[in-house]
Design a protein around this ligand. Structure first.
Ligand code: XLS
Ligand code: NI
Ligand code: NI
Length: 439
């Protein structure tokens, strides 16, 4: 198949049709890219991105069954299908109206039998990607290196007990950073695939964490050397594939970065599907990362907490998207990060049209979440209640605690003069009822 082939024949540019019927799912009912909310276009608040690995490399295979998704671009030799996949992907981005995409080095081009051959494959495919980017205006939200699929990485990459493997990972990241520069990527992600362990008996955890920190320092140094201007991001995940993953959740990663003096060079890419795997609520890590000024980007998907494994479903729940967008608005946006759909259609959703329906539905869920959150933030009711709850820290002894100038002696003196504190209601149900008004 040549570059002129249409992979999604019969599907044209997805329109915004706010009054379309319920059965009409090939149009946006909420997402109106150019519409301005709180001084910014919807597309700039949301910064949607399509991921390459699930949507274009995925076949529907799972640990129990063979591929179910017959994709015309997956035919031919590995290099032929890599080229077709790229054309199919750009046709999809353009028809969907999404301006960003994300990929692993090995999604874009097949691994060769040597590092040099892999690099040549990647060079060839990224030449084509660059051409398609300039033809369509679609940009790279982030690049990442696949440091977990190849058998050499079975014991980890940057945390591998064998430095030879760490060196391979380093060489791969060096090329990944060159590719990020070539394609103008706005971010670069490190997801610690097999950076973790299954048994404490064969693992020197202190050594492995130090090696990982030193690995990141090499990446920072090389980024500076080549003048790459993108944001570095770490993506936490508590389990899968390892029993214990070092980057468990937002707070573990923030602690790691601060401990090794890397917190100025990295932010976090939060995936709510991982957050719920860690036993937290959907929005927990979004809020925690943002509280420390470390929320860089979001892998906007969802899991099924009742199953307890990583299902990477499309995010369709507007309560969750409202909670995420509330934090995004409160921190002033996600740029240079965005909302990347690290999500896959179910293996039973076999039609190419399902790929569109999934993305449209999730984009509408986030657009609806943005509308809800903008309304909620503009009216300021919840913000007012929050302010009132912490009012005692705005004057007197509270102000001194706030500023860090107070002492325990002052605390004692205060209690001796003022006695027992009065009970104050937390008003959780009132907050929940107010929130429901906006959803
Ligand atoms: C896996 C991760 C992965 C990263 C990119 O669970 O979500 O897909 O986003 O390597
Ligand atoms: Ni994931
Ligand atoms: Ni992810």
């Amino acid at each position: 198949m040549a570059s002129g082939t249409e992979f999604f024949a019969g599907i044209s540019k997805i329109p915004y049709s706010p009054s379309a019927a319920a059965r009409d799912v090939m149009c946006f009912k909420q997402y109106n890219a150019e519409e301005v909310l709180m001084g910014r276009k919807m597309e700039d608040w949301l910064r949607f991105s399509v991921c390459y690995w699930h949507s274009f490399c995925g076949t529907g295979a799972d640990p129990f069954g063979f591929p179910t998704l017959q994709r015309p671009w997956n035919e031919g030799t590995p290099m032929e299908s890599a080229r077709m996949r790229l054309h199919a992907a750009f046709e999809f981005f353009t028809k969907l109206g999404v301006k960003y995409y994300t990929f692993h080095d090995r999604d874009m081009a097949p691994e060769g039998s040597t590092l040099q051959e892999s690099n040549r494959n990647l060079e060839e495919l990224t030449d084509l990607a660059l051409q398609l980017q300039s033809q369509t205006g679609v940009k790279v939200l982030w690049v990442t290196c696949n440091l977990f699929a190849h058998p050499r990485y079975m014991n980890g990459a940057a945390t591998n007990p064998d430095c030879h493997v760490l060196a391979y990972a380093g060489a791969q990241v060096k090329k990944g950073l060159d590719v990020a520069k070539k394609l103008g990527a706005e971010n670069f992600v490190f997801w610690g695939g097999r950076e973790g362990f299954h048994s404490t008996l064969n693992t020197d955890v202190a050594a492995e964490l130090k090696h990982m920190a030193n690995f990141f320092k090499m990446a920072v140094k090389y980024k500076e050397k080549i003048g790459l201007k993108c944001q570095f991001l770490i993506e936490p995940k508590p389990k899968e594939p390892c029993r214990h993953q070092y980057d468990y959740d937002a707070m573990s990663v923030i602690g790691f970065l601060k401990h090794y003096g890397l917190d100025r060079d990295f932010k976090l890419n939060i995936e709510p599907n991982h957050t719920t795997l860690a036993g937290h609520s959907y929005e927990h890590d979004i809020v925690m990362a943002s509280a420390f000024g470390m929320l860089g980007s979001v892998d906007s998907n969802t899991g099924s907490p009742d199953l307890g494994w990583d299902t990477d479903q499309f995010p369709m729940d507007t309560r969750n998207t409202t909670l995420v967008m509330k934090t995004v608005i409160e921190q002033g946006g996600l740029q240079p990060g965005g909302l990347n759909f690290d999500a896959k259609v179910r293996r039973e959703s076999t039609e190419p049209e399902d790929l569109f329906i999934a993305h449209i539905g999730a984009m509408d869920a986030f657009a609806r979440g943005l509308r809800n959150a903008a309304h909620l933030v503009e009216e300021g009711l919840l913000a007012g209640m929050l302010k009132e709850r912490y009012l005692s820290f705005s004057h007197g002894i509270g102000q001194e605690v706030e500023d860090g100038t107070a002492s325990l002696e002052q605390m004692e003196d205060y209690v001796c003069h003022n006695g027992e504190p009065a009970a104050t209601s937390g008003r959780q149900e009132k907050c929940e009822a107010v929130f429901n008004h906006y959803v």
